[in-house]
Design a protein around this ligand. Structure first.
Ligand code: P53
Length: 478
């Protein structure tokens, strides 16, 4: 019979990251992470990476939305929406406050035990990212971040400790969140958050980037192999920020330019899913004279640590015009990245393109034939609380509905193997790129504002009931 519906066990849920929701930045023995030294910014105002926690700066991640103190209440709301899963990350600095200690911090381990128990009690399975822009600040100061091969060992140690501890509580894992963001190395924030490296300060940024990546690929592969030994049932994925590049036109140069640009997305999954470096990248290194230090066993480590699935975020697509590529000020710093006249954009300039989600699901599935997991999707917007307390976020419902419709086509019509869907920021949280509270994604509103005011009280937006119904009908009622 023709499959007309999403699979029964489809994992509906929501996603966040530890540093964007937890707060409690110095509680329970936690050490400072790179997110704790990032100031708040705004659209067009960069976040500053300060040298330690300094007076005169606002650090929104220190308090975030106090998920650390309020997770029981929040999980009850997720359960009310019918979540089957909840994606968050484990803050490395709760487990290893400095990053290079031989022994973990028991209070940090206990926190995630309690958090996962609370989720499981409500029938919600945790989906866990091991590294989501929150490495220990000490590893940046003392080791130079991921440029240093020693960090591989520290990360594998951290991962091993948590995978063993939670082996009966967590099945789905991901290694590095949006590992490809650092391809955008012109923007210090991206390299800093992925790897603790500001590539703009490197003599040869690309050399530094690929050295870092090699370390992360090796670390990721080691963790995948180790995880399968700890529990053969584990599913361990990579995580890609899937912002597809379209050719702006059918002009062959535009088409080819988009193919070349997509290498900056695929190179990450090519290595993590297939287990070896793709030819186009090796040629690129050769052409540019880049020498990446590798150890003799690395090729085998990569081959033995292929991921089980591909987690990815999808918010927008971009369009490339080859003729405009000499203008280095393309959108998001990408040469030739021009506005797509066929789509609208959010208040932060992110172009809204639901069909791009079906496109992404298709190209990734065709290329790898591995299960996919949409672990982020959503609409960052200013919300207005009406006099009666209602938040009528129809724009968010429209965005999500349109994307779920395209996701269903990919599964039902195209046969893509999709594990689940976890919209980003299911509870309002601190924006990553701007550090704002005002850029909201949630079904759950948090009363907290960029001027520091707000009670942190939670309330249900209009989208809350809508999403509950989507889950209850397994995506039939949109
Ligand atoms: P904020 C770019 C493109 C797609 C996703 O972002 C991106 C980015 C920025 O790196 O990041 C992810 O909060 C990231 C989350 C982040 C979310 O998108 O800036 O994994 O941590 O919060 C939304 O609106």
């Amino acid at each position: 019979m023709k499959q007309q519906r999403l699979p029964k066990d489809f994992l509906w849920g929501g996603a966040v990251a530890a540093h964007q929701v937890e707060g409690g930045w110095d509680q329970g023995g936690k050490g400072p992470s790179i997110a704790d030294v990032l100031s708040g910014g705004a659209h067009g105002v960069d976040r500053v990476m300060t040298d330690g926690v300094l007076d005169g700066y606002r650090y929104p991640n220190h308090q975030a939305v106090d998920f650390y103190g309020r997770y029981k209440q929040d999980i009850a709301l997720f359960a009310e929406m019918g979540f089957k899963c909840f994606r968050t990350s484990i803050a490395w600095t709760r487990i290893f406050p400095l990053g290079d200690e031989p022994e973990p911090n028991e209070a940090g381990l206990q926190f995630y035990d309690d958090l996962f128990d609370e989720l499981l009690k409500h029938g919600i399975q945790p989906v866990i990212t091991l590294s989501h822009f929150e490495m220990p600040y000490h590893l940046v100061k003392a080791y130079g971040g991921w440029k240093n091969r020693q960090v591989v060992e520290f990360f594998v140690r951290f991962s091993e400790v948590v995978m063993r501890r939670y082996r009966h509580k967590v099945k789905y894992w991901m290694t590095f969140n949006e590992i490809n963001n650092q391809s955008n190395y012109q923007y210090p924030l991206f390299g800093y958050c992925c790897s603790g490296v500001d590539y703009t300060r490197e003599e040869n940024p690309e050399q530094a980037l690929y050295q870092v990546l090699h370390h992360q690929f090796v670390a990721s592969a080691q963790v995948v192999k180790l995880g399968h030994q700890i529990n053969p049932e584990f599913k361990i994925g990579c995580m890609l920020a899937c912002v597809p590049f379209y050719p702006y036109s059918c002009k062959p140069d535009d088409v080819m330019y988009a193919v070349e640009a997509m290498h900056q997305r695929y190179l990450y999954t090519d290595v993590q899913v297939r287990g070896y470096y793709p030819s186009y990248l090796l040629r690129d290194w050769e052409r540019k004279g880049l020498q990446i230090e590798m150890q003799p066993q690395d090729a085998q480590i990569l081959r033995e640590g292929c991921t089980d699935y591909i987690g990815f975020s999808y918010y927008m697509s971009n369009a490339l015009q080859a003729d405009a590529a000499s203008n280095s000020d393309g959108m998001f710093g990408f040469p030739g990245n021009v506005a797509n006249p066929h789509v609208k954009a959010s208040d932060w300039g992110w172009q809204i393109d639901p069909v791009g989600l079906r496109y992404s699901l298709n190209v990734l599935y065709e290329r790898y034939q591995k299960p996919l997991f949409i672990v982020e999707n959503g609409f960052g917007a200013f919300d207005k609380v009406e006099a009666d307390g209602q938040i009528n976020d129809d724009y968010r419902i429209d965005y999500l509905r349109a994307h779920i419709e395209e996701m269903k086509k990919a599964v039902i019509e195209d046969g893509v193997d999709l594990i689940g869907y976890t919209p980003w920021g299911c509870i309002d949280c601190v924006s990553f790129t701007t550090g704002e509270y005002g850029k909201r994604y949630g079904f759950i509103y948090v009363d907290k504002h960029d001027d520091g005011t707000g009670s942190l009280a939670r309330s249900r937006k209009k989208s809350f009931d809508w999403y509950r119904n989507v889950i209850a009908s397994n995506g039939e009622q949109l």
